[in-house]
Write a protein that binds this ligand. Structure first.
Ligand code: MN
Length: 427
């Protein structure tokens, strides 16, 4: 799994790479624009984006057309081998001093670019693999029996909406919808009063599968082109009233925010771990979801963090309030490969550029809860901020920032960048 591109001894001639989210061991792809110029693919290195169209002469001729499109779908459709070869080449270009003079003029400061959703997303699906989140939410409805009987057999998910997926920085316009407080006889319609965030990882589908041809577990990892952060904004009051019997709808599809960089599976290779043992008494996964290699290395050693600032905190110059910290592998009952294998197991065809959310990744501990619904116990225990303000759910002007990174002895730390959204009042 680990190859020369993961070597911790590699150093980029781009000095800001060292110690940043984007050292030479990361090399995530994204789609950027600068000023009025067209959207195009770039690679993050330190504080910069490498404009791939400007260094096309250094890349394999066969790759150039796909790497000059305004979205990454065609490139990601080429599959895992092409991604690895491309990464090896980038590692050489950005690591070898001899390329510096040729490539340096093609670096654009990240502070001067706008990042976009990297793919034309055909379909977006959100799963529910965070078992502690599922338990915490289930407890609010069924204190004695929080997990439904299917949970430990089926990776639960629902089809979301692709049109409202946006890149980090997009304003979060407070959604309107039907709300029915418990003591009201009938619902009314208006701005959500219980707006929440959900801390998740996103998976980008690379190579797809034909309709009717499930992806077996042994091949599932090769269909994942990369990972991002994902904030599944949720209007809890709308959700509580509308969700039965068909599940989430308008409470979720008003906006989903993602971090714009596609962090490749190869960049994550040094941070894969064995999947944590299932608790004693839990059923083993059914055979179509079982794979020895995945059990050995399907755990994602990704650290996750969510932070909040309010308007008053920013005016007072206060640091962000840390809402949660925890690791993805401690939260995930099902692996990324199991998500892919299950999604396609009925013959459903996944397509290049599809986006899949893991579901909210809460840890067992109270310091790693991935939504305000959990942190405030459904609004019963508001959290207190340094300004003296309290929050059960998000108020106008509140800004949520998600971050993720991987670190481990013997490897160079890599980061995902940020996934930010600020709540805008409804005019
Ligand atoms: Mn979700």
């Amino acid at each position: 799994m680990i190859d020369a591109s993961n070597d911790p001894a590699l150093v980029s001639w781009c000095e800001s790479a060292q110690g940043s989210d984007f050292p030479i061991q990361n090399l995530p792809l994204g789609i950027f624009s600068a000023g009025e110029r067209r959207r195009r693919p770039g690679v993050a290195i330190g504080d910069f984006v490498v404009d791939l169209s400007a260094i096309a002469n250094l890349l394999d001729e066969d790759w150039r057309e796909d790497l000059s499109q305004p979205v990454l779908n065609a490139w990601l459709a080429r599959g895992a081998d092409a991604q690895r070869q491309f990464r090896e080449r980038l590692s050489e270009i950005l690591g070898d001093e001899r390329f510096r003079d040729d490539v340096e003029p093609s670096l654009v400061a990240q502070s001067e670019v706008r990042m976009h959703v990297p793919c034309l997303i055909g379909d977006y699906t959100d799963f529910y693999v965070g078992i502690h989140h599922a338990t915490n939410v289930g407890k609010q409805f069924r204190p004695d029996n929080p997990l439904l009987p299917n949970y430990k057999y089926v990776p639960i998910g629902y089809h979301g909406r692709a049109s409202s997926v946006r890149a980090s920085g997009e304003p979060v316009i407070r959604p309107l919808g039907q709300r029915k407080p418990a003591d009201a006889e009938v619902p009314d319609h208006g701005p959500s009063r219980r707006l929440d965030y959900e801390l998740e990882l996103g998976l980008w589908v690379g190579r797809g599968n034909e309709l009717g041809s499930p992806i077996p577990m042994a091949e599932a990892s090769d269909h994942i082109a990369g990972y991002c952060l994902l904030n599944d904004w949720s209007a809890r009051d709308l959700q509580a009233w509308e969700y039965q019997p068909l599940g989430p709808f308008l409470a979720k599809n008003f906006l989903t925010t993602i971090s714009p960089w596609v962090v490749s599976p190869q960049a994550l290779a040094p941070f894969r771990n064995a999947v944590p043992e299932r608790p004693v008494g839990d059923p083993p996964p059914l055979p179509y979801l079982t794979d020895e290699t995945d059990q050995r290395e399907g755990g994602l050693g990704v650290q996750l963090e969510a932070m909040l600032t309010t308007e008053a905190m920013r005016v007072a110059g206060l640091p962000p309030h840390v809402l949660s910290r925890g690791s993805a592998e401690a939260a995930m009952y099902w692996t990324a490969a199991q998500i892919i294998a299950h999604h396609s197991s009925n013959g459903c065809n996944l397509q290049p550029g599809d986006l899949i959310g893991t579901g909210t990744l809460s840890t067992e501990s109270d310091t790693g809860l991935g939504s305000l619904l959990e942190i405030s116990r459904g609004g019963k225990q508001p959290l207190e901020l340094a300004t003296g303000e309290t929050r059960s759910f998000l108020e106008d002007g509140d800004e949520v920032t998600l971050r993720a990174w991987c670190e481990k002895d013997g490897a160079v730390r890599i980061g995902f960048g940020e996934c930010v959204g600020r709540v805008a009042p409804r005019a």
